[in-house]
Unconditional design. Sequence first.
Lengths: 122, 288
Amino acid sequence: MQLNFDDERPIFIQIAEQIEDAILSGAFPEESQIPSTTEISVSYKINPATALKGISILVDSGIVYKKRGLGMFVAEGAVEKLRNKRKDEFYENYVSKLVREAKRLNFSKEDIISMVERGFEE
Amino acid sequence: MKCLSVDNVTKRFGDITALSGINLDFYENKIYGLLGRNGAGKSTLLNIITGRLFADEGSVTLDGTPVIENEKNLSRIFMMSENNYYPESMKVSEAFGWTKEFYPSFDMERAYDLSERFGLSPNKKIKSLSTGYSSIFKLITALSTNAPYILLDEPVLGLDANHRDLFYKVLIEVYSENPATFIISTHLIEEVSGIVEGVVVIDAGRIICNESRESLLSRYCCITGAVSAVDAFVQDKKVIASETLGGLKNAYIEGTVVKGSLPEGLNISGIDLQKLFILLTNKGGRKQ
């Protein structure tokens, strides 16, 4: 896991995304415990308030939940939830950009679809 | 609100005004970075806060009561500085005991535990310590006092990369366990940029920035692209600095830019704290 301090996104957002990535990759399975605020802040060398803010995003969106006295755990259904969220982001970040660039270069819809198919075959 | 307040502090040394009308509040249980170039007035300010120097004007108060000549308040503030105030023939272990006399909440167990983690032998005499270990000894003392306000002036001076890394981790551990206000004055901005919550930049004796790191960094960004495209985009924006590399240009601007509003071919990135510090304190050059 790596933080990028000159990213235009604040550190707490990056922390939340990295935990999401870890959940999606299966490194933190559903119903398993995620590292504590202190563990995260010590290992990334960031202020505990920043780490807490990152985790709070995940709590608010129902990805992780708190077990009193035990710590933070990955919620059941978190992977599915994240996949849907990432699908929307995927469209924003990749598909709309792809279509815009294709139109600029005068590629047809069929051209693009066949390129995507080629991508899947490779 | 519980805080350490510096009110309108001015300090002159002969003809030189080292600090000019400084107003600052350091709130309870937050970590601050006190940043400034050499000679900007950082150490003078810290020395005035701890009563080692007297201000010509203004005052320093803790929760509303003066710090100067107030033993109770002074015992709530610990300062680690470059100077060594311990008798040189004293052993490390004796110095820990001595500090406990002045700071009753000093955690002896933590001091010995940290000594072991940093490889500092408590039986060594202070005068025999190398520059790096002298810093480590002072750091361990500071981190063990449990004082509610801990001031660290150049804490990592002479420490190798491994010891600096360990120090930052230990600092966060101690802070998580026993929250306190930390004011860290350092030139290694990149290394503390994730740790500090508040950023105070002092330049030529004046405060030029005093806000949270997050809000400070969110107010600036860098636009990169072809010279003409960048120039066209930033013409109505506040450009604080720019640099070109052949036909490419980086423009550092104050103000936020919505990513979607960026014309094709231009890129936006954040500015890290060290870069921003350089840009803010480069303004108008530097005279001695």
